[in-house]
Design a protein around this ligand. Structure first.
Ligand SMILES: NC(=O)c1ccc[n+]([C@@H]2O[C@H](COP(=O)([O-])OP(=O)(O)OC[C@H]3O[C@@H](n4cnc5c(N)ncnc54)[C@H](OP(=O)(O)O)[C@@H]3O)[C@@H](O)[C@H]2O)c1
Length: 333
C-alpha cells in the first residue's frame, strides 16, 4: 500500500510502498481509505517538528473509508461499513480539557495519508449518509474544533452576532455554517476580497478585509459589536477583536496563524466582563454531537480542491500559500 511519510521538518512528504499490516491490535479495525483531508496542523509539523524520525510517520488526521477487517470476533458485523474517523485520540475523562496522553491522529500514531489505516474501533463512526466519502473526509478535525468553539465554549444562542476571522480556513467555514444553521448572524473577516464575496453568498451578514487600513472602524460602524468572536489567528490584530466585543461577550481562540498576541489590555477584559476561551479539538461526545448536527441540518463541507494522494505535496503548497477557500481533500481510492 502507499503511504505519505513525514521524516522531519523542512522536507516534503515521501510517498512509499509498504506492506499491508495483517495483524490487527485488540479492538482495531482495518479501513480502506477513500479520502483524507489536510489540516494546518500538519503544515505546522512540517515546518516546526524538530524531532528526528528515521522511520518516519504517516501524517493525516482526517479520513473516510470502508472497513475491510475487524480484529474482534464480535466486530465482524462492522465489515463493509462506511465510516469517518475521529482524530481526537485519548481525550480522557475530563470534558474541560484533554488528558496528558491526548494526541491528534497522525502523530505520533500513523494517520490517514495512506491506502489503509488500522485504528481502534472507538475512533470510528458511521459516515453521515448525505455525504460522499470526499465530503465526509472534510468534516472531522475542522468540524469538531468549530463545534466545541461555538457551542461548548461560547454557548452560542440563537440570534446572536458572531464574528469569525480568516473565513478561508477549514475550521472557520465550518464555524460559519454551524452558526448560520443555528440562526445566528454571522460576520466574517478575510485577507481576500474574493473569499469575502463567497462568504457573503453563503449568508454572511457583513464581511471585512483585515488587510484594509480602516477595517476596525469599518466593522464598528457597520456591525456595531459582537456577542461571540471565533478567532484562528491571534497576532497583533487580536486586541482589535476585544475592542469589537460587546460587554459580556465570549471570545474563543483556537489557532495561531498570525502569531503571538502583544499587549492585551487587562482593563478591556475586566471592564467589559469578557470571557476569553482557548479551545482544542473536542471530546468523543462532541464529535458525535457534531456529526448529528451536520446530519440534522444536512450540511456539506466547503471543499476548495481535491488532489490525488500521489500529489500530496502540491496540496500542502496550496495551503501554505493561503489561497484556499475551505478544505483541501485528498483522493485515495
Ligand atoms: N486548536 C485546535 O484544535 C485547532 C484545530 C484546527 C486548526 N487549528 C489552528 O487554526 C488555524 C487555522 O487552521 P485551519 O486548518 O482552518 O487552516 P487553513 O484552512 O489553512 O486556514 C488558515 C486561514 O487563516 C487565515 N488567516 C491568515 N492570516 C490571518 C490573519 N492575520 N487574521 C485572520 N485570519 C488569518 C486565512 O484566512 P483568509 O485567507 O480568509 O484571510 C486562512 O484561510 C491554524 O493555526 C491551525 O493550526 C487549531
Amino acid at each position: 500500500m502507499r503511504a505519505a511519510f513525514f521524516h522531519g521538518k523542512d522536507t516534503p512528504l515521501t510517498l512509499k510502498e509498504i506492506e499491508n499490516s495483517s495483524n490487527l491490535a485488540k479492538d482495531h479495525v482495518y479501513i480502506r481509505l477513500k479520502n483524507a483531508a489536510i489540516n494546518h496542523h500538519e503544515l505546522w509539523m512540517m515546518k516546526e517538528q524538530s524531532e528526528s524520525m528515521p522511520g518516519g510517520v504517516i501524517l493525516g488526521s482526517d479520513g473516510s473509508g470502508i472497513i475491510e477487517a475487524a480484529q474482534a470476533e464480535d466486530d465482524q458485523y462492522l465489515i463493509g461499513k462506511e465510516v469517518v474517523i475521529n482524530p481526537s485520540v485519548g481525550w480522557g475523562n475530563n470534558p474541560a480539557v484533554q488528558a496528558h496522553s491526548f494526541s491528534i491522529l497522525g502523530y505520533p500514531a500513523h494517520g490517514t495519508f495512506s491506502d489503509y489505516i488500522s485504528i481502534s474501533k472507538k475512533q470510528v463512526f458511521e459516515k453521515p449518509e448525505h455525504l460522499s466519502f470526499e465530503e465526509a473526509a472534510a468534516v472531522p478535525l475542522a468540524g469538531l474544533t468549530a463545534y466545541r468553539a461555538l457551542f461548548t465554549k461560547a454557548r452560542l444562542r440563537k440570534g446572536e452576532k458572531v464574528l469569525i476571522t480568516g473565513i478561508g480556513g477549514g475550521v472557520a467555514l465550518w464555524a460559519m455554517q454551524f452558526a448560520l444553521a443555528f440562526e445566528a448572524r454571522v460576520f466574517v473577516t478575510s485577507g481576500s476580497q474574493e473569499k469575502l464575496e463567497k462568504a457573503l453568498a453563503m449568508g454572511a451578514s457583513g464581511t471585512f478585509n483585515y488587510k484594509d487600513e480602516n477595517w476596525v472602524d469599518k466593522i464598528t460602524k457597520e456591525a456595531g459589536g459582537f456577542d461571540v468572536i471565533i478567532d484562528s489567528a491571534g497576532g497583533p490584530q487580536f486586541n482589535a477583536l476585544l475592542e469589537m466585543a460587546y460587554p459580556g461577550a465570549r471570545v474563543v481562540i483556537y489557532g495561531r496563524t498570525a502569531g503571538m498576541i502583544p499587549d492585551i489590555s487587562p482593563k478591556t477584559l475586566f471592564w467589559k466582563q469578557l470571557s476569553l476561551f482557548g479551545t482544542t479539538m473536542g471530546t468523543t461526545d462532541e464529535f458525535l454531537s457534531m456529526l448529528d448536527f451536520v446530519h440534522k441540518h444536512q450540511l456539506k463541507p466547503i471543499i476548495d480542491s481535491t488532489f490525488p494522494l500521489d500529489n500530496i505535496n502540491d496540496a500542502f503548497n496550496k495551503m501554505d500559500e493561503g489561497k484556499q477557500f475551505g478544505k483541501i481533500v485528498l483522493s485515495i481510492s
